[in-house]
Every structure is written in structure tokens, then in C-alpha cells.
Design a protein around this ligand. Structure first.
Ligand code: PLP
Length: 469
């Protein structure tokens, strides 16, 4: 690994702990099985262990600093080691770290539920906590399934998803999703679901370059006409399908889907695990689009990237259908040990308070516009980039030597071009994660204009190192 010649915040540069680093690497190589990794490949690559972080920067055990270009897997909002989030966490730690929500409650959990209900479109008044995005999706699917049984329509069990959808890696989430390359082998264990084609939308730098929902909506209309009576819900990620490589939807698409679902008596589950909490500008995409889904799934940015916490919001009428005497068996028998953990809830409340200010001041909007502009200036017309997709702080750059067609996911095994660029980026003091032959740029919301400039410039240098002009 070459040393980092790029500038970094000076207070981070001294944060070195090489002895800890070597112990960490030894234990990691001997014992850890990493997520989403071909471990043979992982073990062949230079190791990297993070020791600390501040703002949008992370420091490894050798003292090298990196811009966190994927917001620690799309979670980070106000930066690492944020003094306000730290203080909220420490205040709660001084009271109690964990107390169950099974049969009891606590102030941060109850307050957070009220806060989420207030942020959500009117009617989404009930909040069920879990601790990861897939879990939030499972809860919505199971609630929809049970609702139809409780209301005398047990035949409504089907699920319709959007092509390319990703909702997590548990069986329900995999079944509802359409991440062929990742999940295909588990299909026989999942439940059947059908998928309608995604709309087309090319957008970056705040400009929609092409958009068409016609075929997508026609396909959904046909599916609903044929099978609404057997369908429990339609599920999709609104606005941006992140894990499909930042596939965008034209403005208004979600409203049309919602109208079709309502018209056919089918629940709409919106999975905002990736897009909520300012990632695209607004706090919640559905509220911004004026759409009230039947279920709303939240995770990732909910705690500003600090702790695992997720929430499924449901409409009051759905909640009411589950009420009755215990013997009626109408209860939703689902839960997780750390459901609504008070530390996570306390941090989430502080995260939301700060995010409201960032949005109200117009600061976030300016940063998102700056990011789009910088991407356009640097990468539009680049000889090795086939396509840019960007909305808010979510961007994908599709790579290919001299613009030739690459291998996209889902569908085929990529050439690892993205990985090569991401490995090279480490030498430029930047952490990125690839998706096949694409680079995904998902910055923490705290990056200011100069840091966004660094992110784009370092990405460009890494790309040029791997694919010289
Ligand atoms: C839209 C969406 N839903 C669900 C998930 C799964 O979340 P988790 O990894 O917390 O289970 C993800 C993760 O990337 C996601 O992007």
C-alpha cells in the first residue's frame, strides 16, 4: 500500500496504533467471515482495519486517513464521532443501555415512535421497531400477510416487487427482492413473488436526461388486473434502487404506483431503508412525494449511522385489525431481543433533530447540488464511463474500458473493474465500494463543498490509475 499523499484533517493523522493493527489483522484473517465477500479474494487483498473516525473521515490502525465515500455502507449522516450524537448516546448510557420493549417501554423508544409518526405522511401512526433493514421489511410483509387473514381475505398472499429490487438478505426480503446474482441460489426456499419492470430514468446534476414510466406502469396495471385478488402487497424502494446500482425512477412514479395499489385494494410497502433521512434531500421520500404507503420501512440513516435500529410504520387501520382479546390470536407474534434499543433510539432522536436543522437551513440542498455539479464536471464525457446516475447523495458511475458495454448486476459475473478502482482509491485516501463494474458514491451528509471536491477528485484519480486515458 502506498502512503497517502492526499491532504487530511491534521488531528486525525496522529491517530496511529500499529500494534493493535497487527493483532486485529491476525484475528481477522484467522476468524472473521466477512459479509458479501468471497473470502478467498478478501484474504488475498491488503488488509485494512479502521481505528477511529471524525466527520466524514476514517483513520486506520496505521494512521492513514480516508474519506468515507460510502458513508459506512450508506448509513452515516452527521459524520463519525459527532459531539452531539456522542452526548446523546452518553446521556442515555448513564441511564440504561438496554431494557426490553417486550411488555415494557422506555422514554427514547416512545419519543422516537412519536417523532417518526410526525415525520411520516398522515395516517402512518404506528411504529414497530427492529434492528436492521431486512428485519423492517420482513415485519411489513408479515403484517400485510396477517392483515388479510384477519380481515377475511386469506387468499391474498402474493407479493409484487420491482425488477432489480433489493430489500435485504433474510428469506422474506430476498423473496420480495430481485437481486438475481446475489440471491438466485436461495430461490427454492423463498416464497413466490412476481416483479414488474423498473421505469427508465437517466438523471445527474439535477437534470433528468431521459425518463419513461409507461411500460413499467402498464406492466403493474396488467399484473394487478390479473392477480390483485390474490395479492397482499406491492413492495418497492421509492425514487432510487440503491443496490441495483442507483437505478432512478422518474418524478411522480411512486404516486402512480400508490394510486394503482389503492385502486386494486393491495397494500403498498415502501422500503426507504436507503433513501430516507436526507440521502436524497428530504427527510422521507414518501412525505415529499405526497404518498401515504400502508407500510414504511426505515433503517440505515435512522441513527445517523451510529447503531443498528430499524422501524416499520403502519397505518392505524391496519394496526386496528390486529386488536382483540388475547385468545383471538390476532396479535402480531414477531419481535427481536434488541427491538427499540434505548441507546439507538436516543441517538436517532438527536440525529433527526440535527437533520431537521440541516434541511431547514438549505445547507443540505446546497451540498447535494454541489455534488451533482462536481460529478458532471469531472465525469460527463469521460472515456471510461458509460453512464452516470445521480440523485441527491446517491450516485453510480458505470465503468468500462473505452465506453464498451460492461457486465451489469444482476445477471452476470462482473470483471471486478469496480473493485480494482476501489482498491486503488485507498492509496488516494478514499474508501469506496463497488457494485460489479460500477462505482457507488454515497457520501455522509456532513461533507462540505471542499470535501465533496476531494471525494470526486480522488475518485477520478483512482479511475485514471486503473484505466489510463
Ligand atoms: C433498500 C434497502 N432495503 C433493505 C436493505 C437491507 O438493510 P440491512 O442491511 O440493514 O438488513 C438495504 C441494504 O442495503 C437496502 O438498501
Amino acid at each position: 500500500m502506498t502512503s497517502v499523499a492526499e491532504p487530511c484533517p491534521p488531528e486525525l493523522a496522529a491517530d496511529t496504533d500499529a500494534d493493535v493493527g497487527s493483532g486485529t489483522h491476525a484475528a481477522d484473517r484467522r476468524h472473521v467471515w466477512h459479509p458479501f465477500a468471497q473470502m478467498e479474494e478478501y484474504l488475498s487483498l491488503p488488509p485494512l482495519a479502521i481505528a477511529s473516525g471524525r466527520g466524514g473521515w476514517l483513520t486506520d490502525t496505521e494512521g492513514r486517513t480516508y474519506l468515507d465515500g460510502n458513508a459506512s455502507v450508506w448509513t452515516n449522516v452527521h459524520g463519525h464521532n459527532d459531539p452531539d450524537l456522542n452526548a446523546a448516546l452518553q446521556r442515555q448510557l448513564g441511564r440504561v443501555a438496554h431494557s426490553t420493549m417486550l411488555g415494557l417501554t422506555h422514554a427514547p423508544g416512545a419519543e422516537l415512535a412519536a417523532e417518526l409518526a410526525q415525520l411520516a405522511p398522515p395516517g402512518l401512526g404506528r411504529v414497530f421497531f427492529s434492528d436492521n433493514g431486512a428485519g423492517a421489511v420482513e415485519v411489513a410483509l408479515k403484517m400485510s400477510f396477517q392483515f388479510w387473514q384477519l380481515t377475511g381475505r386469506p387468499e391474498k398472499t402474493g407479493v409484487i416487487g420491482l425488477a432489480g429490487g433489493y430489500h435485504g438478505d433474510t428469506f422474506g426480503a430476498m423473496s420480495a427482492g430481485d437481486s438475481g446474482f446475489f440471491h438466485a441460489r436461495f430461490r427454492p426456499w423463498g416464497f413466490p413473488a412476481v416483479h414488474f419492470p423498473a421505469p427508465v430514468c437517466h438523471e445527474w446534476g439535477g437534470h433528468v436526461h431521459a425518463a419513461d414510466s409507461t411500460a413499467s406502469l402498464a406492466a403493474l396495471r396488467a399484473l394487478l388486473a390479473e392477480r390483485a385478488a390474490q395479492t397482499a402487497c406491492v413492495i418497492l424502494e421509492p425514487s432510487v434502487q440503491g443496490a441495483a446500482g442507483m437505478r432512478l425512477q422518474p418524478p411522480g412514479f411512486v404516486r402512480e404506483v400508490a394510486a394503482l395499489c389503492r385502486g386494486h385494494g393491495v397494500h403498498l410497502v415502501l422500503d426507504e431503508v436507503f433513501v430516507a433521512f436526507g440521502r436524497l434531500g428530504p427527510m422521507l421520500v414518501c412525505a415529499d412525494e405526497g404518498v401515504t404507503p400502508d407500510f414504511l420501512c426505515l433503517a440505515k440513516g435512522l441513527t445517523g449511522g451510529y447503531l443498528p435500529l430499524a422501524a416499520t410504520l403502519a397505518r392505524e387501520e391496519i394496526f386496528a385489525a390486529f386488536l382483540g382479546p388475547y385468545e383471538s390470536g390476532r396479535a402480531f407474534f414477531h419481535g427481536h431481543t434488541f427491538t427499540g434499543n434505548p441507546l439507538a433510539a436516543a441517538v436517532a432522536l438527536e440525529n433527526i433533530r440535527k437533520l431537521r436543522l440541516l434541511i431547514a437551513a438549505g445547507t443540505l440542498r446546497e451540498r447535494l447540488a454541489c455534488f451533482g455539479r462536481l460529478l458532471g464536471e469531472t465525469f460527463a464525457g469521460h472515456p471510461h464511463i458509460r453512464e452516470i446516475r445521480q440523485r441527491g447523495f446517491a450516485a453510480a458511475l458505470d465503468l468500462s474500458p473505452r465506453g464498451e458495454a460492461g457486465v451489469d448486476l444482476p445477471g452476470g459475473v462482473p470483471r471486478r473493474l469496480g473493485l480494482q478502482v476501489c482498491l486503488r482509491a485507498r492509496a488516494h485516501g478514499l474508501l469506496l465500494r463497488p457494485l460489479g463494474d460500477s462505482l457507488l458514491l454515497v457520501p455522509p451528509l456532513c461533507l462540505d463543498e471542499s470535501e465533496l471536491g476531494e471525494l470526486v477528485r480522488r475518485t477520478g484519480r483512482s479511475l485514471d490509475d486503473v484505466l489510463p486515458a
